[in-house]
Design a protein around this ligand. Sequence first.
Ligand code: SF4
Ligand code: FE
Length: 488
Amino acid sequence: MSKLMNAKQYEDSLRKLNLKVYQFGRRVANVVDDPIIRPSMNAVAATYEFAHKPEYEDILTTTSHLTGRKINRFTHIHQSTDDLVKKSKMGRLMGSLTACCFQRCVGMDAMNALSITTYAIDEKHGTEYYKRFLKYLEFVQDNDLVCDGAMTDPKGDRGLGPKKQFDPDLFMHVVEERPDGIVVSGAKAHQTGAVNSHEIIIMPTITMREEDRDYAVSFALPADAEGITYIMGRQSCDTRKLEGMSFDRGNMFYGGHEALVVFDKVFVPWERVFMFREYDFTTMLVENFAAYHRQSYACKVGVGDVLIGATQTVAEYNGAEKASHVKDKIIEMNHLNETLFCGCIACAAEGHREPCGTYQNDLLLANVHKQNITRFPYEIARLAQDIAGGLVVTCPSEADLKSPEVGAYVDKYFKTKADIPTEHRMRILRLIENITMGTAAVGYLTESMHGAGSPQAQRIMIARLVNMKQKQKVAKELCGIDKSDNLT
Ligand code: SF4
Ligand code: FE
């Protein structure tokens, strides 16, 4: 039976996992309640909780094409361009409610890419991956699980392929084939939401050649499978979360996280293997996942919504909101943010049906969208800091504001208007700091740059996908270099 979990049930389900997580050189005894990790758990929990709200139901839930049961859209396989458009809207919605990375898209994108690729492998090689995958998908949908879609290998020397690395584990690979399954070693880096996930889905990180057959592997495992270790990534200002509910943390509720996930001779049963040495399908899996995940960066539009709201607020607190340059800068922020929204909606609306029935978004437009994502959030953040002023980085702490000795000075000298509490001004500045250079800047800025592929990866795809011949043909016809059949 299908069960749509709520936030509490999701949290309880995580407590049943036995993850091996390290942070600051020590094993984390209680992952769910760890003060640094918990805001990221809250952000994933929001994808469960908001799915129960009638106003978000149409965006956050849908019907499984497998079972006809109601499911969370984060576990859905897109069945139409309408589904793809709703996926983009879901990203913006969740970003606008949490102002951070809510982590659940990578698993959704991995499953959609696998649905297309496993079907295609079976067509060519007569394998049974698609059937296996659908069984796994039903399990994920019925239990409303979070999957960590894991693609990025450490990659070692970028000038060398997997087989030529001095250490074979720098790319995930098969170390043993057994009658009941395979054994794998390697690691996945920068894994968004890894320790908030029930499952981990592994995909190859690049196109593999025949000599790299052992690296052409895709599979899914429970997140706490024997031999998996998680090492948490640090974030700027992360230890502010150890200061209790101080507003110095900026975002009081939510955050994201990334981790290095190490696989030390991990066993995978055959029923969880979705690609095994079919190196000729690694390009398809990588490109489909990349296209889906580049669309998923609709999330940044939602975070942008919050940043723009915070910037307008601080402008009003400062009494600067009527200055023409401030108004114009806020228009520019909105223009850039809505331009980003255009890209993720367009690549969804221009999607197409793959032979297995899954809808894939338009690859060219998804790459253009992600290329814009590598730039516009930086400009939006720059304008936010411009309007907010230097106090974003020179503001004393909440403890200073509350200090019996100096609190009155902080209150007096950072007050802008009689009816605006200094504390409110400090809170909104901390939120701007959080998004543009604190823990949330991981998601809003650097992940915008490198997540789902660094800028050059999109430029290569844009060059490949654009129909240059057609553009040249018409240009040559119109100026009379070539004759045209179409022109009168
Ligand atoms: Fe989803 Fe955005 Fe986080 Fe990626 S960065 S997992 S697309 S919320
Ligand atoms: Fe990402």
